[in-house]
Design a protein around this ligand. Structure first.
Ligand code: FBP
Length: 262
């Protein structure tokens, strides 16, 4: 019998993976994240294939209108806006069936671990995960500890708890924030067991080197890869950034060797 983990194979190359995320239009709004280039979804869809990404994560509306079928699709089936305040909650906005019709090979779902509404998200993800597996799709959980109960969402303890939650709830992959160093992140990877761990990007880093150091640390910790947005598509040369990322993730190069000579 093949394991459910095989559902992630389409997103992997030699066991590693680079995923580009572009759901920030809903999560953050077209404000400081965007400029004249990257507000256009077509720009990101093109980077996904030109940059050699192994997956692209989109909300259903963007997938409907812009997805070109060149890179395996993850449809985010829940989300929330930055305008909603208080304890975070994100409800399903796209069925698994509809995600399949758009060409999805996985669904993405955000769980705000620690939120007053975590039980609702656990329940909804549980149903969606089962349906996704029945239809041959992987279930990727964005597990973001958040809400009044969470003091530090990048501490070793909290990020590891996020990783473990993904395993306990049946995710095939977990997208989690970086803890800041490789050693502590390795405990999160260990806690995730057979769940594939992807490092989330966060706001654009101060330099290429600073971002590559995070990626290097995550890979050294045993992560399968990264699932990032702004650090790629806000970059002046996104395809060049993707090339540097491929060198770290797939060729296992150190930062100095991954960067082009200046
Ligand atoms: P970035 O690499 O741009 O941080 O994107 C990763 C991501 O998980 C997106 O998929 C999502 O829109 C965003 O972060 C959510 O960010 P947050 O909830 O932390 O503001």
């Amino acid at each position: 019998m093949t394991g459910k983990n095989d559902l992630m194979d389409i997103f992997l190359k030699d066991g590693k993976s680079l995923i580009i995320a572009y759901d920030q239009g809903l999560e953050h709004g077209p404000t400081s994240d965007f400029d004249n280039r990257n507000v256009d979804p077509a720009f990101i869809v093109e980077i996904a294939s030109k940059g050699g990404f192994n997956g692209i994560a989109l909300q259903k509306g963007v997938a409907e209108k812009y997805y070109d079928g060149k890179v395996p699709l993850i449809v985010k089936v829940n989300g929330k806006s930055a305008l909603s305040k208080g304890e975070p909650n994100a409800k399903q906005n796209c069925s698994v069936e509809y995600a399949v019709s758009l060409g999805a090979k996985a669904i993405g779902y955000t769980i705000y671990l620690g939120s007053a509404f975590e039980a609702d998200m656990f329940k909804e993800f549980g149903r969606i995960q089962e349906e996704a597996h029945e239809r041959g799709l992987a279930a990727i959980a964005w597990v973001y500890p958040r809400g009044a109960a969470v003091q530090n969402d990048t501490s070793k303890e909290i990020v590891s708890y996020a990783a473990r939650t993904a395993l306990e709830l049946g995710a095939d992959a977990a997208k989690i924030k970086y803890t800041g160093d490789s050693q502590s992140f390795s405990w999160a990877v260990r806690s995730a067991g057979k769940v594939k761990v992807f490092m989330s990007g966060g706001p654009k880093a101060s330099s290429d080197e600073a971002f590559l150091a995070q990626v290097r640390g995550a890979i050294d910790a045993g992560a399968t890869g990264i699932a990032v947005g702004r650090n790629v598509w806000q970059h002046q040369e996104p395809v060049k950034m993707a090339e540097m990322l491929r060198k770290v993730v797939f060729e296992n190069l150190q930062i100095a060797s991954a960067r082009p000579p200046s």
